[in-house]
Design a protein around this ligand. Structure first.
Ligand code: ADP
Ligand code: MG
Length: 766
């Protein structure tokens, strides 16, 4: 032995170049640790191998069988090949079909024996497995029609080792790397590695009833019985949970190291004047949350607070009051919005709320007045220069902007508070950039109207303290939501248009939302796998990737060719000439120039426009009290949270709102059920749970994150709330005693592994 094998050893040295290359290229497994974290998808129980006679349609099966014949042909009408492999158990046969995998003919030559796993389907009156997983035991010369005795496989050299136990782990495999090869690699790795130092301290394991790490790896990869597996999974989930929580706990500690400059409340200042001017009474929730924030601002510990409030719960006023407290203390506030539309609207909102208190230096300004400046990417050179000067010179108490505020040239005289609207579009990195613009770390308040389930809050936003605002201001009208199933009830859609015309006639206003713009081939809905990155684009309505992002792929029954999602430009034309003829209607989407978007929004707010055909550009924050109807076309293309956000744009004044979710999704389809759930409740938290359940975990953590990349392979944000909560307690305790993890080297290494390779990107770019 020359070099000891550790968790971080490359697989290359251990397994040989060829295998290591395939594992790296096809499964992204590079180190021993990567391989150990490649867990079996399930276990085939050798004693219970399915006899072909007993197969039933719809069953998920794993069978042992031998290939009897292979035929391959080109498909008619379609391009590609169809490979038909007939396998048998010596008594009966079953057909395996593969499309466009001509290499299967070679892999599954007659006489080859293997494990085949998949879901039993039918073609004609024949049962079949389409695209089964295959684990080849190796070609044999036995009579292809001989009866297979599974136990006999154990005598077969190599295979004897792989399948020595009663349970056969079935791994996520790839074309060049069969499950059984992976099992063999794991056996080598576990042997070479021996016992490792446990990253979870003994006392923690004792308290939580967890088995050791080495033991857990052995049990999950080489179980003797199914009873072995559960304790192993539990232990490994804890590893994931503790690693994430320790990362976050350390970040919280680090953030608190540099004290913030306290900005305590000042009697008789701008905030007091503002409060006396407020045209409404604060809700009880706004008062409680306001007091909490006010206390934080007055302290030395930098505030890092996430304020989640129902759509329309009045977060802006809460944020503004916090900004005024900071201005009273002689500092400035930055207010970040995700889009130009929203930044411009915030500017108008703040100006109108502040009135003479927000026009320092201008005619009619009041005594304590401050200045408000807008800074976005589309300002003219001159306007930009002026805005930069106001920020740097301190003339602007409040600087409202998009992510243009993050640029290096933007400087503040004394930045005391950063308010970030709609958190899901800004991550830790952006917050850090803003923090760096101030000598002492500024307080940070993040607003979000997308309610976040507790587990997600603890994992993805774990470095923020959360506060919730659930109450809506009194006097808010109801919003009733209905699903309009156009296939079953085509006349309902006509009624919807009639309703929109009626609303407009009585002073109401309508949004018609489509998934796509339609000015070129780029589909908003389909092409937007860009996730978080795309969302940061200034002025981009970030058409969400609904089908991909929000609905499990099971939704996408192969069905007849799906038509393209409806497009704003087409729909607007159709409506102008048809059902909404005579209505003052305009089109709004993210590719319009900033000032044009703004002009359209203002015309709509004034009532010069009665209907907007729009994309999700209006998703967040747009506040027009008269807006009363919203028709969301192809509603099944949007995610649950997104629909909830969109719906929040109506019913913001005294006018009752009507939200119509127009869809072609068939009754009882998963997509339809999601829409029914949205129609059934206005409780954002309830919907957040529905959303979580309908997404794959990786998507919660960020668009392009697979479970493996996120560091969460076994841990489920949906099902493992208990583990996450307990792991958070353990991590907080541990980090408080040992912030540098000096006494916990194995845990420190594990934490380092998580942040390496930016695998835990979601921790930064939530
Ligand atoms: P959101 O929480 O969705 O961002 P906003 O802050 O935009 O909500 O507030 C929605 C509307 O409610 C705004 O027009 C705001 O002026 C108004 N509003 C806020 N607080 C109150 C209150 N306490 N009473 C009445 N109206 C309020
Ligand atoms: Mg808002």
């Amino acid at each position: 032995m020359t070099l000891a094998v550790t968790r971080d050893s490359p697989l290359r040295g251990l397994l040989g170049g060829k295998t290591a290359t395939v594992l790296a290229e096809q499964l992204s497994l590079h180190t021993v640790d990567d391989l150990l974290g490649h867990y079996p998808r399930r276990y085939a129980e050798r004693g219970k191998l399915t006899d072909l006679a007993s197969l039933r349609i719809g069953d998920e099966v794993t069978i042992v069988a031998r290939v009897r014949s292979v035929t391959q042909r080109r498909m008619r009408n379609k391009r590609g090949t169809l490979t038909d492999v007939v396998v048998g158990d010596g008594r009966r046969s079953l057909s395996l079909v593969f499309f466009n995998q001509p290499w299967r003919a070679k892999q599954l030559a007659a006489g080859v024996t293997g494990l085949f796993a998949g879901k039993i389907g039918v073609r004609g009156n024949q049962i079949q497995l389409s695209h089964p997983e295959c684990e080849i035991f190796g070609a044999t010369n036995r009579d292809p029609d001989a009866v297979i005795d599974p136990a006999a496989l154990v005598d077969d050299g190599e295979r004897a080792l792989t399948y020595a136990s009663a349970l056969i782990p079935v791994y996520p495999a790839s074309r060049g790397m069969q499950s059984w090869t992976i099992a063999r690699c794991l056996r080598l790795a576990l042997e070479a590695l021996g016992d490792v130092e446990d990253p979870l301290p003994d006392d923690m394991r004792g308290r939580r009833g967890l088995i050791g790490l080495t033991e857990a790896w052995r049990r999950i990869h080489q179980p003797q019985s199914l009873a072995d597996v559960e304790p192993a999974r539990l232990r490994l989930k804890w590893d994931e949970a503790v690693t994430v929580q320790v990362t976050l706990a350390r970040r919280r500690v680090a953030q608190a190291i540099n004290p913030a400059y306290p900005r305590p409340i000042r009697e008789g200042g701008l905030l007091d004047s503002f409060d006396t001017r407020l045209p409404f009474v604060l809700t009880a929730g706004q008062r409680v949350v306001g007091a909490e924030i006010s206390r934080d601002l007055g302290g030395h510990k930098p505030m890092n607070r996430l304020l989640q409030g129902e759509v329309g719960s009045g977060k802006t006023v809460v944020a503004l009051r916090a900004m005024l407290q900071v201005i009273d203390a002689g500092a400035q506030a930055a207010f970040l919005a995700p889009t130009e539309v929203l930044a411009a609207q915030h500017l108008r909102t703040l100006r109108s709320l502040l009135g003479p208190l927000g026009i320092a230096g201008e005619f009619g300004a009041e005594e304590h007045a401050t200045g408000i400046t807008l800074l976005t990417g589309s300002l003219s050179v001159k306007a930009r220069r002026a805005a930069l000067a106001e920020a740097a010179g301190g003339g602007a108490g409040i600087v409202v902007g998009t992510h243009a505020l993050l640029e290096e040239v933007v400087q503040f005289a004394d930045l005391g508070l950063v308010v970030i609207d709609e958190q899901h579009r800004f991550g830790v990195e952006q917050r850090d950039v803003l923090r760096a613009k101030s000598a002492a770390p500024p307080h940070v308040l993040v607003l979000t109207a997308t309610p976040i389930p507790r587990t997600v809050a603890m994992t993805v936003y774990g470095d923020l303290e959360t506060t919730t605002l659930t109450e809506l201001p009194a006097g808010r009208a109801e919003v009733s939501t209905s699903v309009v199933p156009v296939r079953e009830k085509p006349t309902w859609l006509d009624r919807a248009w009639t309703r929109i015309v009626e609303e407009a006639r009585t002073g109401g206003r309508a949004f018609i939302v489509c998934p796509r713009i339609g000015d070129d081939g780029a589909t908003g809905a389909g092409a937007a796998g860009n996730g978080a990155a795309g969302r940061l684009d200034d002025g981009d309505e970030s058409p969400q990737p609904p089908a991909e992002d929000d609905s499990p792929s099971e939704d996408d029954e192969p069905g007849p060719t799906k038509r393209a999602p409806l497009a704003v430009l087409d729909v607007a034309e159709m409506l102008r000439e048809g059902p909404l003829a005579g209505l003052r209607l305009a089109v709004l989407h993210g590719r319009l120039p900033g000032d044009e978007k703004d002009a359209i929004m203002q015309a709509f707010a004034r009532g010069d426009l009665e209907a907007l055909v729009t994309t999700t550009v209006i998703e967040v924050g747009v506040d027009v009290p008269e807006a009363s109807v919203m028709a969301i076309l192809d509603a099944d293309r949007f995610g649950v949270s997104q629909l909830h956000q969109l719906r929040g744009r109506i019913g913001r004044g005294p006018r009752p709102g009507i939200c119509l979710l127009v869809t072609e999704a068939p009754a009882d389809s998963p997509a339809r059920l999601r829409l029914e759930a949205v129609a059934a409740t206005r409780d954002g938290f309830e919907l957040a749970r529905v959303d979580l359940a309908s997404r794959r975990e990786g998507n919660i953590l960020g668009a392009a994150q697979s479970g493996r990349q996120s560091g969460l392979r076994l841990l489920s944000l949906l099902d493992d709330e208990g583990i996450i909560t307990q792991a958070r307690e353990e991590a907080t305790y541990l980090v408080a005693l040992d912030p540098d993890l000096a006494g916990h080297p194995a845990l420190a290494a594990q934490v380092a592994r998580l942040s390496e390779d930016r695998r835990a990107d979601y921790l930064d770019k939530a």
